[in-house]
Write a new protein. Structure first.
Lengths: 534, 413
């Protein structure tokens, strides 16, 4: 550091801290809270003027509020709810109405999955209903085998404690308990593509399209890509209020979950500082010793925890000169380019999706009428092009919670695939064209919707990257595929939340078990830190 | 071939293009016309893909040219990188083991570099040509490693193995030859100094370095000036016994000097196929390079952990073996029974008048247990192995020490 730089630095004048958590997304909040509960003094630094990261509720047009990126909760970890006492801090997971999933089809009308991921199936033939109930039970059974892995630290290849070995042994036992036939089938399908499995057991294109869409939601995979089935297991391993596979849109939007977490954090004594972007993590003799804010303010601490994505953490905040070349190579190879866009529409009036009743409009409306449709939408993204005919997941949150929109008006929130981060023609050119493609698709399913649009917020992965400071604009902070799971997440050498830098830990979605509003990486990171830094 | 290269739009296209050496199965060096003219034995070997002489006319006399006259050895196949930019010093400090901040412009040091696990990727010499310009010389190619190491540094790394020709001029009369050839001021070079001297319409970089343990110099020029430099030296050296030599002679000299060769005395980390063949610096006698007083460098955490955890498993030692039969690749025993290591280089040293060897042993042998060591020599004598168990003694390297190597000013022989 040159002397001129030094003269500009200031020092944190608050009370001395033990831990700095960088990034006030939900994982940062969870981790900070648990560490504060353990008696540590924890300072949480958020770059934006609000905490919550990509799980905020934001006003995107006057009077219109919406969940920023994540808009459906289906995997908030029960231990997070319990330990952070989120219910005591204002979160009611049972308040929301049951949220069905609808697969829309211009040809055959909608198909509705009610209850927890299709306990009931409305609009399908009797034989299809029977087939689905068998398949659904199987999917849940197999997701149940994987579920324990998502609730603990990835297996440690350097040597496991007895407790860790026992936990692994229990999973082996659970596999055994499936019975011979089921175990064989579990092992047969685990790395399969979702399309082939659906074709084995189902015939209704709408149903297959919906499950295929859910399997690849948020990843750079098509339903015929190998391993795409894992996505559906990941999804079904989640639970809400003890119900596996359930989903909800919290009243007040995703920000309500974050508000409860923030209240819990503050109760635990976490100091939350907003508008405090971190520029550097200071390292001395291979150990993290503090952070430097972008305004040159220095804060000394013994432990630094980063909820920021791994690429940004290592390449920007730490910098390559403190890391080994092989490790940098691995970090550079993290596949973290998002392929999903987020669309928010402020509408004059609620849209009318064809064939959908009023209850259905409060559900999750998926436009993915067949597996082929999802696969065809995926194809162009392999070559750096957006889908001409995209697939999307639409919610109309203001119908259940009128506080989100002015009287009579409506908010539409949609996740749209596929929108490759590196669009070949560049997003400045492609974005208006992609928007047009989406609107003409919506018009087909909800005629007249275009005329009711008052305001648009449309975010490509490039926008998401900038706005939410996620390198690559990927909501999982890196593809959640077999090569980037468990001990390979985010990379070998940083897989157990600890990193090559002593005193530096990761706690964000880039770490095991990955993204979605679960709080699990934050939870598991906090447990690891407490075990390592006594 | 070129067509396919054009079609591929790999992000690594630039790197691939920069490393076209393998497309020619046996490359010639810029000095080949001169070496071919002197080659009497047609005894070639492959040095990193280059056609290089084992011996040109008589390996005994070539060796004695190093020790009594002056030997000219083509080192063009040595891999060379130009490393340049404001961050060149910090970059090299992160890549290599020694503290580059201590290497002043106009100086050379011998160093090594490791992977994340602390295993040696290569050793080599680092030339500081200017404050922000370096040349790294080594045995193996490392462009991808160096470029990936450069991420986050304001530095450029350029492969210049083909573009720069190199000569080693070694032996007692080497200084006098350079002076007579008109390199004014060459007498000012101390050991590990380097300087530029005019040659033709360009410049030659001369350093007082070498691989023989003798008085000697290394000269680097653009390939286009190679032949004229060769001629200039040969002409000036005519009356001082200058001789072109091959690797066999050099190898004997370097053994006497106790110097190690990558992939001869140890396996480099990227070449080793077997997990237990890789070596940390402390295991091949390069522990002295590891500078823990400087900042982070590749492999540092692993090396520190191995030292604290006492998990270093090997050691490289110099051996003196009774008798005069070379112990090349002989197995080393403790108490004649327990196998504890292998000789990687060996020979009779005419200068030291000793039978010497470099060997890798499994600790504690060679480290804390140094007595009762033996080597088993298999000498093929007319289709029959004569098996000999010879006593070996661990001795310090180098095996020879010549005052003329470091004398200032260099002696005029």
């Amino acid at each position: 550091m040159t002397s001129s730089e030094h003269s500009r630095t200031t020092r944190w004048d608050g009370p001395a801290q033990d831990v700095v958590v960088i990034g006030g997304g939900h994982n940062g909040l969870v981790c900070a809270t648990l560490l504060a509960r353990s008696g540590r003094k924890v300072l949480l630094l958020e770059a934006a003027s609000e905490v919550g990261g990509a799980a905020r509720t934001e006003e995107f047009a006057t009077g219109f509020r919406v969940s920023s990126i994540a808009h459906v909760v289906n995997r908030l970890h029960p231990d997070v709810v319990k330990t952070l006492e989120l219910e005591k801090h204002g979160l009611d997971l049972t308040q929301a109405e049951p949220m069905p999933s609808l697969s829309l089809s211009a040809k055959d009308g909608p198909l509705t999955l009610t209850g927890a991921y299709g306990e009931g199936l409305i609009g399908a033939s009797a034989s299809e209903q029977a087939a689905w109930s068998v398949l659904r039970a199987q999917l849940f059974r197999y997701a149940g085998i994987l579920k324990p892995f998502l609730s603990r630290r990835p297996p440690d290849l350097h040597g496991m404690s007895l407790a860790e070995k026992l936990a692994l042994g229990q999973s082996a036992l659970a596999l055994k308990k499936l019975g011979k036939e089921d175990m064989r089938d579990f092992l047969r399908v685990i790395l399969m593509n979702v399309a082939d499995l659906l074709d084995e057991q189902l015939t209704d294109n709408r149903l297959k399209g919906l499950v295929a869409f859910d399997a690849v939601l948020g990843s750079h995979l098509g339903p015929r890509s190998p391993t795409s089935l894992l996505g559906i297991y990941y999804r079904l391993a989640g639970e809400i209020a003890g119900v596996p596979g359930a989903q909800m849109a919290p009243r007040g939007g995703m920000g309500e979950i974050v508000a409860a977490m923030t209240a819990s954090a503050e109760k635990a004594g976490v100091i939350v500082r907003k508008d405090a972007p971190v520029g550097k993590i200071r390292v001395e003799n291979g150990r993290a010793v503090g952070v430097v804010l972008e305004n040159a303010e220095e804060i000394d601490v013994a432990t630094v925890v980063s909820a920021v994505d791994p690429s940004t953490t290592f390449l920007d905040l730490i910098g390559t000169r403190e890391l080994d070349t092989g490790f940098v190579r691995r970090v550079k190879n993290i596949r973290n380019q998002g392929d999903a866009a987020k669309l928010h529409l402020a509408l004059d009036r609620p849209p009318q999706f064809l064939g959908v009743d009023s209850g259905g409009h409060r559900g999750r409306l998926v436009i993915a009428p067949s597996t082929d449709h999802v696969e065809r939408a995926f194809n162009p993204s392999k070559y750096g092009e957006f889908s001409q005919e995209p697939v999307l997941e639409v919610t109309l949150p203001s119908l259940a919670d009128p506080s989100l929109a002015p009287d009579g008006a409506c908010v539409l929130s949609a996740v749209v695939q596929y929108a490759p981060y590196r669009l070949r023609e560049g997003w400045e050119h492609g974005k208006p064209k992609f928007f047009k493609a989406i609107m003409s698709l919506l018009e087909k399913y909800a005629p007249g919707i275009g005329k009711s649009v008052r305001h648009v917020q449309f975010m490509t992965p490039a926008d998401i990257e900038q706005r939410y400071r996620i390198s690559g604009g990927h909501w999982h902070h890196g593809e959640l595929q077999a090569d980037q799971m468990l001990m390979s997440r985010p990379v070998f050498g940083a897989e157990g939340y600890a990193t090559p830098i002593d005193g530096l830990y990761l706690c964000g979605a880039g770490s095991h078990p990955g993204g979605g509003v679960s709080g699990a990486p934050g939870l598991l990171a906090a447990r690891r830190i407490m075990a390592m830094e006594r | 071939m070129e067509k396919t290269a054009k079609k591929t739009s790999s992000p690594y296209a630039g790197r691939i293009a920069a490393r076209g050496h393998f497309r020619t199965l046996r490359l010639d060096t810029p000095f080949q016309p001169r070496i071919d003219a002197l080659m009497k034995r047609n005894d070639w070997y492959s040095w990193g893909g280059y056609r290089a002489p084992n011996s040109l006319w008589d390996e005994e006399l070539e060796y004695f040219a190093i020790r009594s006259q002056a030997a000219l050895f083509d080192i063009s196949p040595m891999v060379k990188y130009r490393i340049e930019g404001p961050d060149a010093e910090v970059f090299l400090n992160r890549v290599t083991l020694r503290d580059v901040a201590k290497l002043k412009p106009g100086r050379v040091h011998y160093t090594a570099w490791c992977d994340d696990e602390g295993y040696v990727l290569d050793d080599g010499t680092l030339f500081r040509l200017a404050a922000d310009r370096f040349r790294l010389c080594c045995q193996e190619r490392h462009l991808p490693w160096l470029l990936d190491s450069a991420i986050g540094f304001d530095v450029s790394v350029v492969e210049e193995t083909e573009a720069v020709a190199g000569l080693a001029l070694q032996g007692p009369t080497s200084f006098a030859i350079l002076r007579d050839a008109g390199f004014a001021g060459v007498e000012n070079l101390r050991v590990f100094d380097l300087s530029d001297f005019p040659h033709e319409n360009g410049a030659v970089t001369i350093s007082r370095t070498g691989f023989t343990g003798d008085l000697g110099y290394e000269l680097f020029v653009p390939s286009t000036l190679a032949l004229s430099l060769w001629d200039r030296l040969m002409e000036a050296g005519q009356s001082r016994g200058i001789r072109a030599i091959g690797y066999t002679a050099l190898n004997r000299a370097r053994l006497e000097a106790g110097l190690i060769v990558a992939n001869a005395d140890f396996s480099t980390a990227e070449h080793a196929l077997r997990a237990d063949r890789v070596r940390m610096p402390d295991e091949i006698g390069l522990g002295f390079m590891v500078d823990l007083a400087k900042g982070h460098f590749n492999g540092r955490r692993a090396i520190e952990a191995a030292r604290t955890g006492k998990t270093l498993r090997h050691i490289l030692v110099g051996l003196e073996i009774e008798g005069n039969i070379p112990a090349d690749h002989a197995i080393v025993y403790h108490r004649k029974t327990r196998e504890v290591g292998l000789v990687s280089a060996a020979g009779w040293s005419p200068l030291a008048k000793r039978n010497i060897a470099i060997a890798s042993l499994a600790r504690p042998y060679g480290d804390t247990v140094v007595d009762d060591l033996w080597v088993e020599i298999y000498a093929m004598r007319e289709l029959k192995y004569e098996k000999m168990m010879k006593r070996a003694k661990v001795v310090p390297r180098p095996f020879i020490k010549l005052d003329r190597r470091t004398a200032n000013p260099p002696a005029d022989f």
